[in-house]
Design a protein. Structure first.
Length: 614
């Protein structure tokens, strides 16, 4: 029972009624809104309370009325880790008195008693028993900037050497300058551990590999160890640490693949057979995705009676590599492992190392992908890989970039992966790769490519109808001619430079689509919250044909006045165009360029009556 009269409800942002934290990065504002009202006609006051989770004192920010009993305020987290926030409110008798006094004075009424009442209210202050606080507090998980804005490049270390020779960490170190020249800040390596020989796969995922076949890096474990070991042909732990240090000098972080599965030769199989499921004939169940069979991989049996010991060991895999300089992990197929395990592991790791980032490689059902994000995964792969039409892209990215999804799910867009050569890239040639690059890099604040297959527009599937690469690096060494004249290297470098130089492209929250009267042309803009940077991207979604159309630009959303001309500067080509009004003509030929990335430059008149564009 309480005599407090204020109601606080419908607080945003929150995820699943506060069960999970919302996500932000250091310096990224948290705008909190709430419905706050009371019975009758008395005025209410409310404040936003927030604090770092380990802080004792609450910080306060007065909330401002938005009308219709909706209030807002914001705070900016400055530290890694979790923050708490809530709303406190009360009936504001003093403000109510002031409002009513002004009305009475305006009506010429006697206010002598009212003035005495005002003095009493000023002395009383706020009674604690009329203050309401929303409980329990809501939470924000605050990550470093790379959680929001990152640019990934994936390569196989064993293919980084001379033709026909197994690559080493030293070879990858020599490749770092190439990666840096394209503007990537995360270099993701598939598993670097020893590979089993039992049931090893030959090229193109065929059975019956010979001793010279390198096998799949995801068949983890052999004579040289398991998940904490390094493939002997790659080098030593000291070589790996030197690679991490050299990458750091170039502004690149090394991301490791964590795949919780074992080859039949993994020490776990011998030392902990209870962690694996035995079939009725006594053999261990290998991985299957019917009709596909992966005899070289044993999945863990997470319903084992010894699940606690298994969880502890898997957590220790992360902490081992963290101790050797790794702070970014790409997690293989997390949706095939228990949700509670991920929630526990991620929370345990981030308690000691709040700067660690986890990328979820879960190409699965939407609700499962979203649940993994809620449990703590920093970023996630998406369905972008298969979203090709204008309608598909608009619908999908409207979902991803608006609350409630945007409060917990950070997309990382990949046009291709070692597992996925989409049909669009098989038949669209170099223009298809170029336009998918621009889409990934401008629709999402984080994106990645699997190279050098991507920049060299590798397009041959293993067989018709397959999304597997022919002669995939997953099963054999490959040699790549990085200096080919048709490489997308230069375009990738230019696009990534545009991303670094334009803050509007470093967040997903300012995305807005604009109508174009051609279904093969898609247009969208991103604008920073303060309006100082606006980027308009227009992409030809057809890799084979030239298309034209008229764009209807919503000028207010990009900070342009409808009555004044404004300049659009194509950051890809360097061309500049003077536009007037909302309706403007577009023509894009994928043979030359599949897209415009326009920086919108508004016309400003100075005090000396001189026009210039900013």
């Amino acid at each position: 029972m309480t005599k407090a009269r204020v109601v606080i409800e419908n607080i945003t942002p929150q995820v699943d009624c506060g069960r999970f934290p919302v996500k932000r990065t250091v310096g990224e504002p948290v705008t909190v809104e709430a419905d706050v009202f009371a019975d009758g006609h008395d005025m209410v006051a409310c404040v936003l309370l927030y604090r770092a989770q380990d802080a004792e004192e609450w910080q306060r920010a007065p909330m401002t009325s938005m009308g219709n009993d909706r209030w807002y305020a914001r705070f900016v987290p400055r530290e890694l880790g979790q923050y708490e926030y809530t709303v406190s409110a009360w009936v504001d008798h003093l403000a109510t008195w002031r409002r009513d006094l002004a009305k009475k004075e305006a009506a010429g009424q006697d206010v002598r008693v009212d003035l005495l009442r005002g003095k009493q209210l000023e002395k009383q202050g706020i009674d604690e028993d009329i203050v309401v606080r929303y409980e329990p507090p809501l939470r924000v998980e605050v990550d470093r900037e790379k959680a929001r804005f990152s640019t990934w490049y994936e390569l196989f270390p064993r293919s980084a050497g001379k033709p026909g020779v197994h690559g080493t960490f030293a070879d990858v170190e020599a490749r770092l300058q190439y990666v840096a020249s394209m503007g990537f800040d995360v270099l993701y390596l598939p598993p670097i551990h020893p590979i089993g020989f039992t049931e090893r796969k030959a090229p193109n995922n065929k059975p019956g590999a010979g001793r010279s076949d390198p096998g799949s890096p995801w068949a983890i474990g052999g004579e040289g160890g398991g998940h904490k070991g390094i493939h002997p042909q790659l080098g030593t732990l000291a070589d790996f640490k030197r690679l991490v240090a050299r990458a750091h000098e170039l502004g690149i972080e090394i991301a490791l693949d964590i795949a919780f599965q074992s080859s039949p030769d993994h020490p776990y199989v011998r030392e902990h057979p209870e962690w694996f499921l035995k079939r009725p004939d006594g053999t261990i169940q290998y991985a299957e995705n019917p009709p596909k069979k992966y005899q070289d991989i044993y999945p863990f049996h997470f319903e084992t009676q010894e699940w606690r010991e298994l969880w502890e060991e898997l957590k220790s895999v992360f902490t081992f590599w963290i101790a050797h300089g790794v702070r970014v992990f790409r997690v293989d197929n997390p949706h095939t492992k228990p949700f509670p395990m991920w929630q526990w592991i991620i929370a345990e790791v981030k308690r000691e190392h709040p700067d660690v980032l986890f990328l979820s490689e879960a190409f699965t059902r939407p609700k499962v992908m979203y649940r993994l994000a809620k449990l703590g995964f920093t970023q996630s792969y998406t369905y972008f890989t298969w979203r090709n039409t204008k309608r598909e892209l608009i619908e999908y990215f409207t979902e991803l970039t608006k609350p409630p999804v945007s409060d917990f799910f950070r997309p990382n867009l990949w046009p291709n992966t070692p597992d996925i050569l989409p049909e669009f890239l098989q038949f669209g040639g170099r223009p298809a790769a170029a336009l998918r690059l621009v889409l990934a890099a401008t629709l999402g604040a984080s994106y990645g490519i699997y190279g050098p297959a991507f920049e060299l527009a590798e397009s041959k599937p293993r067989e018709p109808g397959s999304e597997e690469y022919l002669d995939s690096e997953k099963y054999q060494l490959r040699t790549w001619q990085l200096d080919r004249s048709d490489s997308l290297h230069e375009l990738i470098a230019r696009v990534n430079r545009i991303r670094r130089e334009n803050p509007a492209l470093q967040n997903n929250r300012g995305l807005r689509f604009h109508p174009v009267d051609n279904e093969s042309l898609i247009a969208y803009s991103k604008t920073t919250e303060d309006g100082t940077d606006s980027v308009l991207t227009i992409v030809n979604l057809d890799p084979h044909n030239r298309h034209t159309g008229w764009i209807e630009l919503e000028l207010a959303s990009v900070g342009v006045e409808s009555t004044k001309p404004f300049q659009v500067h194509d950051l890809l080509s360097g061309a500049r165009f003077l536009w007037q009004g909302a309706r403007n003509f577009i023509a894009l030929d994928p043979t030359y360029t599949p897209a415009h990335i326009f920086r919108i430059r508004r016309r400003v008149r100075t005090e000396h009556d001189f026009d210039y564009f900013m």
